[in-house]
Design a protein around this ligand. Structure first.
Ligand SMILES: Nc1ncnc2c1ncn2[C@@H]1O[C@H](COP(=O)(O)OP(=O)(O)OP(=O)(O)O)[C@@H](O)[C@H]1O
Ligand SMILES: [Mg+2]
Length: 443
């Protein structure tokens, strides 16, 4: 798994027991012929991909141990057919219908033939995929790969045809090989890109048509853009409605935040240190990771004591210094989200207003921006569509308090140095309470 899920990542993996138990249950239900397809939703960097990698690891480990049970005891009563995990990231393959069909078939071949034990590079273009499949001498996959290669050789490939071929491939292979598949599509919302191409506008309907007739394949989808995924999966107008149950991926509970931070800081943490980390990160595992790593550096190389004050300073440095990873992440999400939405300038101004004071209604935002209530409602809707803002009882809030903190400071030119001292940061430390109320929640 070193190409897919390196040992260091495995060692840091924390929690998600409930989600894994749920997904493993659904996977094992496939043996009984029950398919409960699932889609995972969650903020960016909340840990969807890592959770899926862990699921793949556990699935492969389980089938290996079942195999060795069989050889030890010589015979087992009708072994359940193996469930082969197939992971693919749609953001890499959704560049055109042809690349998509090739990547889709290529990833299924890769996981089927190697179980993730080799480099996948040669499985992702049609020439080297053909070579790889010939080398493996595997008749079950050879037919599809040959048909795909033939279809792609024509000047204008039949796009619905190659998409259908790709979507039908896992079930065909499962039937031929006597196994089952758990297909995992990360960044599933990227499939929308394909609807912009001629003759592949109905790609989602083609996917649904194929999956509806399949009995040996379980689908697990994940995506970062929550609103886009919700539209694809849960909107009653979408052809995927009713086929997928939804599983939200949420931040860590305080105990799990403490467990991850302890791994990264090299030992058990004092209660107030763990509490400070949870309060500032909200249990978002990416923030917990970057904050803990910064803290470790301050302690090991900057001579800081490992206490709650150092946690606050490390958070500010990580979020407001342009070399910090939380800073870069917020900048990236902010730029990308606003590019997707129209009216860049007005949206920035709306975010500034909410960064200063949350929980405003659309008319209050309109007054603050001196625009009509209709315009304010439009801006807020766009910001909701790109997942920056949420609405609760007609009041608007940032989806993510760390992003709010970053907007309130970084977009107003407040930046700190990587080597700032506790003294330099005193004012900012005093201001943290406005954005991150203290809690007495115990770890
Ligand atoms: N269960 C976990 N245990 C330990 N660390 C985690 C866990 N989940 C997430 N992380 C940390 O957060 C980072 C982001 O996680 P991941 O890439 O899985 O998020 P994602 O939801 O797939 O993000 P994106 O929306 O950008 O695809 C990881 O690289 C890791 O550092
Ligand atoms: Mg991901």
């Amino acid at each position: 798994m070193r190409y897919f899920y390196p040992a260091e990542q495995q060692a840091l993996f924390t929690d998600r027991e409930r989600e894994l138990a749920e997904l493993e249950y659904r996977r094992d239900q496939l043996h009984q012929g029950r398919q409960e397809h699932t889609s995972l939703f969650g903020l960016r960097r909340i840990g969807k991909t890592l959770l899926l990698k862990e699921l793949v690891r556990r699935t492969l480990t389980q089938s290996q141990s079942e195999e060795s049970d069989e050889t030890e005891e010589g015979e087992v009563d009708t072994p359940a057919s193996e469930i082969v995990p197939v992971y693919m990231d749609f953001s890499h393959i959704c560049t055109s219908p042809e690349t998509f069909a090739t990547g889709y078939v290529g990833w299924v071949c890769y996981w089927y033939l190697t179980r993730g034990q080799a480099s996948p590079v040669s499985y992702l273009d049609i020439a080297s995929l053909t070579g790889e499949v010939m080398l493996a001498g595997n008749r079950e996959v050879a037919g599809t790969v040959r048909r795909l290669a033939e279809a792609l050789r024509t000047a204008r490939p039949d796009r619905p045809g190659i998409l259908r071929l790709a979507f039908e491939f896992p079930e065909e292979l499962a039937q031929l090989a006597g196994c089952k598949f758990m297909l995992i599509f990360d960044e599933f919302q990227e499939i929308e890109t394909l609807t912009n191409f001629q003759d592949s506008q109905n790609v989602i309907a083609l996917f649904r048509a194929a999956m509806q007739t399949q009995s040996q394949v379980l689908y697990i989808l994940a995506g970062s853009a929550i609103t886009a995924m919700t539209k694809l999966i849960a909107d009653h107008r979408s052809p995927l409605f009713v086929h997928f149950s939804q599983m939200p991926i949420t931040p860590f509970a305080p105990r799990d935040t403490a467990a991850l931070a302890a791994k990264l800081l090299g030992g058990e943490l004092a209660e107030d240190v763990a509490q400070a980390i949870h309060r500032l990160t909200g249990g978002h595992p990416f923030y917990v990771t970057t904050l803990s790593e910064r803290l470790r550096r301050l302690v090991e190389t900057g001579g800081w004591a490992l206490n709650a004050d150092a946690v606050q300073c490390a958070f500010i440095i990580e979020t407001l210094s342009s070399a910090g990873r939380i800073y870069s992440f917020c900048r990236y999400v902010y730029d990308l989200s606003l590019q997707k939405a129209r009216g860049y300038g007005s949206l920035k101004a709306t975010l500034q207003v909410l960064a200063t004071e949350e929980g405003l209604t659309s008319s209050q935002v309109a007054r603050a921006l001196r625009v009509t209530p209709g315009s304010a409602r439009d801006y807020l809707k766009w910001l909701r569509d790109v997942d920056l803002v949420v609405e609760r009882e007609r009041a608007y809030f940032f989806q993510d308090p760390v992003m709010r903190y970053w907007v309130a400071h970084a977009t107003r030119g407040i930046e700190v140095s990587l080597t700032a001292s506790a003294e330099d940061l005193a004012d900012l430390v005093a201001g943290l309470g406005q954005y991150f109320p203290t809690t007495t929640e115990r770890i």
